[in-house]
Design a protein around this ligand. Structure first.
Ligand code: PMV
Length: 326
């Protein structure tokens, strides 16, 4: 008996960085998933194999790599943490075989670490026949997220667990926004890694140098996100596109864009996108372009011509799911 769980990744539609200063951000689940398959072992070890070409055995705090050398541990440790916290309340310890496959690129701001933690918790919980609601899954997956990101806000795990769209702000926390709009996007991956913490710090530097200007920009970003929520509920993609363009301008203004991201944004616009912006921390990672369904291919082509890797996605309406297989 095996259990499979799949959890979606995410993009930030509006509000990144400004969310650090108290304004809301809008986050959407995308139909790209991390999938985890788990079964019991006859011993107490946790064996993890990933399609990233790494695998190994955890025996309590010891790790024995099989593929990928000692570096494999860093990639696989969050899976082991998620499995351990999920069985923490059981009387006895179990061993598991865990296989990870993913259609989400890693470390470019698409929420792969959260999708991995959430799907592992959901799969292990189901296998152990522990009933976990979404909030409990989010809670348990936080331990693995803390290992990957020092201070996770929780929004990535929430979108992986719930799917659809979430708005998040420091004061209001997480609110789910259900919308039937399809929201077709093309992601443009620069394939350039970045360090979110360092980019957040660079914004902090500007904020200390130019507090008045930064306060004004932050307030406009808040208006952009609040209006984006309204137009999305009305299914008005043209307006959403305009707001995304303005949001990108604000992100450029605070210095988190770069030449590569700008090139992809302009290419997408030329290819017919309704709006385009960098998504997430910036400085590398990904941009997103909002399109009509029939325009996705043209925009993807334009992004590819400009040197990015296009990924056509749409909103994932459902969050993490799990099921038994034989
Ligand atoms: O690195 P990403 O793509 O998950 O996004 C970071 C979002 C920021 O607003 C820049 C930082 C944060 O903690 O909200």
């Amino acid at each position: 008996m095996k259990v499979v769980a799949a959890a979606p990744g995410k993009v930030i539609l509006t509000g990144e960085h400004f969310v650090v200063y108290g304004e809301p951000a809008l986050v959407m689940a995308i139909d790209r998933y991390v999938q985890v398959t788990v079964s019991f072992r006859s011993d107490y070890q946790i064996y993890v194999v990933s399609d990233l070409g790494v695998s190994g055995f955890f025996d309590k705090d010891q790790f024995r790599p099989e593929l990928g050398g000692v570096g494999a541990r860093k990639i696989l440790e969050p899976v082991k943490i998620s499995a351990e916290v999920t069985m923490a309340n059981l009387d006895e310890t179990k061993g598991f075989d865990i296989e990870v496959t993913s259609t989400l690129p890693m470390a470019v701001g698409l929420g792969s670490s959260s999708a991995l933690a959430v799907s592992t918790v959901a799969a292990i919980g189901r296998l152990l026949e522990i009933t976990l609601n979404k909030d409990e899954i989010i809670q348990l997956s936080t331990e693995a997220e803390k290992y990957v990101h020092v201070n996770p806000s929780g929004v990535d795990q929430s979108i992986s667990a719930y799917g659809n769209i979430i708005s998040y702000s420091k004061s209001q926390g997480i609110s789910r926004i259900q919308t039937d709009s399809a929201i077709p996007l093309v992601i443009g991956n620069t394939n350039v890694g970045r360090n979110t913490g360092r980019i957040v710090d660079s914004v902090g530097f500007r904020t200390r140098k130019l507090p008045n200007v930064m306060r004004s920009l932050t307030s406009i970003a808040g208006t952009v996100t609040r209006d984006a929520i309204d137009v999305m509920k009305q299914g008005n993609l043209e307006q959403l596109g305009l707001l995304m363009d303005i949001n990108h301008g604000l992100l450029s203004a605070i210095g988190v864009s770069n030449e590569f991201l700008e090139r992809l944004v302009y290419a997408a616009k030329r290819g017919g996108a309704l709006g385009a912006k960098l998504t997430g921390a910036g400085g590398g990672g990904c941009m997103i372009a909002l399109t009509n369904v029939n325009q996705q291919e043209t925009v993807a082509h334009a992004i590819s011509q400009a040197g990015g890797t296009p990924i056509k996605v749409k909103k994932a309406n459902k969050g993490v799911r799990s099921w038994f297989i034989r």
